[in-house]
Design a protein around this ligand. Sequence first.
Ligand SMILES: NC(=O)c1ccc[n+]([C@@H]2O[C@H](COP(=O)([O-])OP(=O)(O)OC[C@H]3O[C@@H](n4cnc5c(N)ncnc54)[C@H](O)[C@@H]3O)[C@@H](O)[C@H]2O)c1
Length: 498
Amino acid sequence: MAIVRREGERACAIPHLGKGNGGDLHPLSANRGRREKSGGDRKSAHTRGGGIRLKIAVIGTGYVGLVTGAALAHLGHQVVCVDVNKDKIMLLKSGVMPIWEPDLEDMIRGAEFEGLLNYSTDASAAVSDSDAVFVTIGTPSSESGEADLSALWSVVHSIAPMLPDDGLLIIKSTVPAGTCVQIECYLRQSLPDSSRVAVAHNPEFLRQGSAVQDFLAPDRIVFGASSPEAHERLEEIYAPIESPKIRCGLKEAELIKCASNAFLAMKISYANMMADLCDALGASIDAVAEGMGLDRRIGPANLRAGAGYGGSCFPKDIRALIALAAKEQVEMELLKATEAINRQRIAVIMKKLESVFGMLGDKRFAIYGLAFKPNTDDTRESPALQLCSMLQQAGARVTAYDPVVSSMPELQVELAPDMYAAAEGSDCAVIVTDWAQFGRLDWGKLKQMMRSPYIFDARNMLDAASMAVNCERYGLRYMSLGRPAITPDAPLAIDLNR
Ligand SMILES: NC(=O)c1ccc[n+]([C@@H]2O[C@H](COP(=O)([O-])OP(=O)(O)OC[C@H]3O[C@@H](n4cnc5c(N)ncnc54)[C@H](O)[C@@H]3O)[C@@H](O)[C@H]2O)c1
């Protein structure tokens, strides 16, 4: 998009929004007249903890948008969640959850009861009567690996004319560095000179599966903006949350998000690379990861070896960062290696299965977990789907079970109603998503259902010592990644690679 700047104007300059919290003029005082005219339907002026109640529109009611809208309403703001998907909005209006996420439904019901959370397919009313608009639209990968921002730009174009003169447009979607400055320039050019609309970037760090907790008590909240006034309004919105708040520029906020996701993914690939070495050497990755993680400079998170990362964030955010850097002639070798290691995880698992079973054509596998991680129904870029498809390509029969994913016609895999039904007649149960209930299996019952007694823990979620006991007691064989396999004859070590 060509950005034409007015002569003498800096790319990032944002007009004044009003004095900050500490001054005698409330940040929203400039629009008080307008709000009173628009009806002033606030039940009370305050959020939890005594902050100012704001009117907020959230555009895009997906995993991030719904959590954001519900949480901001829970904190005491007046929120409208908007989506183009009429079915989704209808479900929400009729009290049905469109996604599965722990604690979300309770929070939504509470906010609805307070009259603070509404849903709409009509962005115009929500945006024109807002103090702030959050954009939480998907930013998937395009074929080149770059972030596909077409949906995001289409939203920006369509809502721009409706933004109140003193509005704040907050991009929460994950976007490549430079995007928000472009949006700021676009608004500057397309809105009347009198408009004082500001753009901010407030990246989201929630993890699906613990999204509510992550939103309400995050490690940090990042406020990217190019004016103190925009920063102040972000402070107002998040006033009830006590987490550390970082003020920075737009590009820095965009980079904090992408760099953090890339770093977390890199840790996962690093642990997986070390697990492969442990397999080759007959060592245990558990001890190695524990010893590494106790170093405070490293930390224990994301060091568990397994089937690799998936989902709608890590894979596409890394691809987007590599693509962005390439445009600037910066090579992201570390991230390319992170991706390459991750791509190999399913092949590593297949190799281990072949080393035990030989040809897989006449074998039956129970796949435990389809979601890309536990406590979510999201299967986007899930390693479990890749494994199902590779097993099927090898001619194996696959039956899957996931505690919340109960229908997946596109996968063409038989879905079982429970863990034991999935294992009936199978040669190997493969845990691909570390749902807690897979750690509470009745191993004796499972063994009776199976044709051969193999358990492949592709998330290293089960304790190796306990599994040694279970193997001995029930005649099971247990395999995992970067840890010696366990059989009744060799309770502590057989090397499947030899
Ligand atoms: N999912 C996560 O865990 C997570 C975490 C942090 C950041 N993010 C980022 O947040 C953004 C959103 O991710 P998500 O997982 O919530 O995506 P999603 O696909 O679940 O939700 C996007 C929503 O936007 C709606 N939408 C599309 N076009 C629209 C339009 N023109 N008007 C209104 N609604 C429209 C879709 O119908 C959908 O409901 C992405 O940039 C993602 O990278 C996601």
